[in-house]
Design a protein around this ligand. Structure first.
Ligand code: PEP
Ligand code: MN
Length: 270
């Protein structure tokens, strides 16, 4: 890291980032929910399922940055209202992606945390804009980005006065095609060594494969992650986005049992 004056660097005292009732940097935080908010029924069913299984926070995209302009782009304002209703019903705090500087201030009124997606990690005007408001920010690592670039993007947010940033490793592009991306678990560990900010892992987008999500989550917990973000859909076959990598509720129940068991074992280590 070239600039040692960066506020993001230094790990002597870890920063706690609060998003509603969820506190990152203390105990493991599990974020779960659908890739996108598709309807009130789908989102509320997902929210109740993840709450009952023991998740700490609800995710769901109202604005989807899709590869094709003709793919489902999200419900926008309607989606945010649904997310807020799901939060009121379950008591779960919420996180949603924001993709446009013009939307930051009003989107922030509907959710507890704003997500900057991998495709926007270096959208510097968006980083500055979320740095000027008070909601905590979940900053995903760009799929072509180095750890240094990622930490510098967190620095953009901190430099505008918002200290509440959580980093999220979500896999990088490599030559491998079997997995959607390549989970760079060492980047999560390195970012936690270099920075005081909480760092979580998204094994869903990192692998794109249901069979790999739990093993990679366990590996992330064993490596010290501050949290996990996973996709859960009440009926993955009908999902408008990322159905093939979304856990159905019954799988998520088993997943939560196993990851909480390892979490508790880790917490009782001397
Ligand atoms: C998401 O979490 O909904 C998402 C689009 O992920 P990423 O930005 O990591 O691709
Ligand atoms: Mn997704």
């Amino acid at each position: 890291m070239k600039n040692l004056k960066m506020a993001t660097l230094g790990n002597k005292k870890r920063t706690l980032v609060q998003a509603g009732t969820a506190v990152f940097g203390d105990r493991l935080v599990v974020i779960a929910g659908p890739c996108s908010v598709e309807s009130e029924k789908q989102t509320i069913e997902a929210a109740i399922a993840v709450k009952e299984a023991g998740a700490d926070m609800l995710r769901g995209g109202a604005f989807k940055p899709r590869t094709s302009p003709y793919a489902f782009q999200g419900l926008g304002l309607e989606g945010l209202k649904i997310l807020r209703k799901a939060s009121e019903i379950t008591g779960l705090p919420t996180v949603t992606e924001v993709i446009d500087t013009r939307d930051v201030s009003w989107v922030a009124e509907y959710v507890d945390m704003l997500q900057i997606g991998a495709r926007n990690m270096q959208n510097f005007s968006l980083l500055l804009e979320v740095g000027r408001q008070e909601r905590p920010v979940l900053l995903k690592r760009g799929m072509y980005s180095t750890i240094e670039e990622w930490l510098n993007c967190a620095e953009y947010i901190l430099s505008e006065g918002n200290p509440n940033v959580v980093l999220c490793e979500r896999g990088i592009r490599t030559f491998e095609r079997y997995t959607r991306n390549t989970l760079d678990l060492s980047a999560m560990v390195a970012a936690r060594q270099l920075s005081h900010l909480p760092v979580i892992v998204d094994p869903t987008h990192a692998t794109g494969r249901l069979s790999l999500i739990e093993p990679m989550s366990l590996a992330a917990i064993a490596s010290g992650t501050d949290g996990l973000a996973v996709e859960v859909h009440p009926c993955p076959d009908e999902a408008l986005c990322d159905g093939e990598q979304s856990m159905p509720p019954e799988l998520f129940v088993r997943y939560m049992k196993n990851i909480r068991a390892l979490q508790h074992a880790m917490e009782s280590l001397p």
